[in-house]
Design a protein around this ligand. Structure first.
Ligand code: ATP
Length: 382
């Protein structure tokens, strides 16, 4: 195993805008690193540069303590697990796993020992004589990983391995990959455009936009302290609400009412004019079902639509945004690949809430969880 250290990596195709623009990411030995972002952000290009399928324009690609910029893919000792698993349909599970060892001319006894070891780890030992066509999607994924394991690769690289699967299988596979990666402790770089995959799998997540690294942090850190509007809008489902906000002392005037924030937060947002407040749906609640609304504020608002899901419900409250905020939200919508940043507040309510469509409801908001963004730069000021 090995660490992968990307230092100031730039990739230009022709004279165009860099597909990857000065990205530095240090993947620790044994770490599960996710590269995530909307289509065209450069995540696949970056992965392909790690493997050696794409030349690096400038920067250093280090695997362990070796600079690999000029090494051929086969000399990098990395194992790429492809989206379609790239299994040979006419070969058995055993022969599929053995394939890279045969290619390398390994002796039969070594092949047998390694295939049996790997298939045990992957719980495939009872399926060794089957062909890929008779395996479930999950089992096929494990065969693909088995092939990577027998090679004693320094790292696993995944490029959107689950994107062809239906939602249920995707969920199962996610758990499986996570479990295996932890058990094997293999350095892993995993590309996805799916923020749920990113949040559930990654030790750390690198969020990219148009070739530029936006934030590199643990899933919790990204969720709790997004560095800018883009990361805030990308991470979380339903997405964070963005509202126009005027800060005066520790008071923040929102379209529905005024909430109070800490002096510390207020200080960082002072004198910046009109800001964009970010509040996640789950940081609101029906005030009538909240036991003891501490550290928050309540306001009343007319609820437009309620979607009840059993254990929770979503309430929608429309609002107006002034042009400068609207312009930033429209841009954000484009950056997020069409993810809708509608001018309506989405609130997650406890399933016990009795708020109904058309109600003038009392809503509680957790003022500690409010983020304030600079509308011109998108930077999180709080
Ligand atoms: P997706 O999820 O759609 O695959 P991505 O985030 O993986 O997107 P890349 O495939 O890395 O993005 O592409 C990044 C940018 O580089 C895009 O603007 C893309 O059009 C461009 N690009 C990728 N490959 C080439 C190429 N061979 N020649 C020219 N431009 C390319």
């Amino acid at each position: 195993m090995a660490a992968i250290d990307m230092k100031n990596i730039v990739k230009k195709y022709g004279d165009g805008f860099p597909a990857v623009n000065d990205v530095s990411i240090d993947v620790q030995d044994g770490e599960f690193m996710i590269l995530v972002g909307p289509s065209g952000c450069g995540k696949s290009t970056l992965l392909r540069m790690i493997v050696g399928l794409e030349d690096i324009t400038t920067g250093d690609m280090m695997i362990g303590d070796k600079r690999v910029n000029d090494l051929a893919p086969r000399d990098r000792n990395l194992a790429m697990v492809f989206q379609n698993y790239a299994l040979y349909p006419h070969l058995t599970v055993y022969e599929n796993i053995a394939f890279p060892l045969r290619l390398a001319g390994a002796p039969e006894s070594e092949i047998d020992q390694k295939v049996r070891e790997a298939s045990k780890t992957l719980e495939l030992d009872e399926h060794l004589e089957r062909k890929p066509g008779n395996l479930s999607g999950g089992q096929r994924q494990r065969v693909a990983m088995g092939r990577a394991i027998v090679r004693d690769a320094d790292a696993f690289l995944f490029d959107e391995p689950l994107s062809n699967l239906d939602a249920k299988l995707r969920g199962q596979m996610r758990t499986e990959i996570s479990r295996l990666q932890k058990r094997l402790g293999i350095t892993t770089v995993y590309v996805t455009h799916d923020q749920t995959e990113a949040m559930t799998l990654g030790d750390r997540v690198a969020v990219m936009k148009r070739g530029v690294l936006q934030q590199l942090a643990s899933p919790r850190e990204l969720y709790e302290n997004p560095g800018n509007l883009f990361v805030a809008g990308f991470i979380g489902s339903p997405p964070m609400n963005f509202l126009p906000a005027e800060v005066d002392g520790t008071s923040v005037k929102l379209p529905f009412g005024t909430v109070t924030i800490s002096e510390e937060k207020a200080k960082r947002a002072q004198g910046k004019g009109l800001l964009i407040a970010g509040i996640r749906p789950e940081h609101f609640e029906d005030a009538s079902v909240k036991d003891s609304p501490t550290a928050g504020s309540t306001f009343s608002a007319r609820v437009d639509v309620v979607e009840w899901l059993g254990n929770e419900a979503y309430a929608y409250i429309p609002f107006e945004a002034p042009p400068e905020v609207q312009a930033q939200l429209t841009q954000l919508e484009k950056d997020l690949d069409g993810e809708s940043m509608r001018t309506q507040l989405v609130i997650s309510l406890d399933g016990a809430s009795r708020i109904a469509e058309g109600d003038e409801a009392e809503i509680w908001v957790d003022a500690r969880k409010i983020h304030l963004f600079d509308p011109s730069t998108g930077e999180n000021l709080t």
